[in-house]
Design a protein around this ligand. Structure first.
Ligand SMILES: [Zn+2]
Length: 174
């Protein structure tokens, strides 16, 4: 199922739509394309319609902000299965082995054994070796530098939906 990111007229991300729904909105002139990256093409005998991966509402709608709820899966999606310490990511090859999602783990910056909580700012994706090297120390104590600052993602439902297309990222401020 191809997914399309729906933006408000203000370019704030609102929700994810199936490409078929985005097509209806495009045909009715309610949204406009904001990227050349195509999510899906729909063909009829006479015409081919392309649906981009990001569309924007023509008219602003009021949408209260939702909070992203924490989960291990959501942290992994936020961090794109990339180690916050060494930067290796899923698909990279390390000593002849292609890394899978299972090679990554959730690291607690302040270790759980010392009261660290399951929060967006205290957790990040880490590879096994970095996770073991850090042990029950803070990154500072272990002399390990964070490659980014873990934060609550801006839009909740996006982080539970798995892989995030490249063309969405500038709108998600990730
Ligand atoms: Zn690592």
């Amino acid at each position: 199922m191809s997914r399309v990111l729906l933006l408000n007229a203000s370019y704030e991300p609102l929700r994810i739509l199936p490409a078929t729904r985005a097509l209806q909105l495009l045909v009715r002139g309610m949204v406009e394309p904001v990227t050349d990256v195509i999510a899906a093409r729909f063909r009829s005998p006479s015409i081919t319609l392309s649906v981009p991966t990001v569309v924007r509402l023509q008219r602003y709608v009021f949408a209260p902000k939702r909070k992203a709820s924490w989960s291990k899966r959501a942290v992994m999606a936020r961090d794109n299965y990339t180690c916050i310490y060494c930067g290796i990511e899923v698909g990279d090859t390390v000593s002849g082995h292609s890394l899978t999602k299972g090679d990554f783990t959730i690291d607690h910056l302040m270790p759980r054994s010392r009261g660290g909580k399951n929060t967006w700012s205290n957790t990040a994706c880490a590879c096994g070796p970095c996770n073991r090297r850090k042990g029950s120390r803070t990154p500072h104590e272990a002399g390990m530098r964070l490659r980014w600052e873990p934060k609550r993602p801006r839009v909740g439902y996006l982080v539970v939906s798995g892989d995030i297309p490249e063309s969405w990222k500038i709108y998600l401020e990730m």
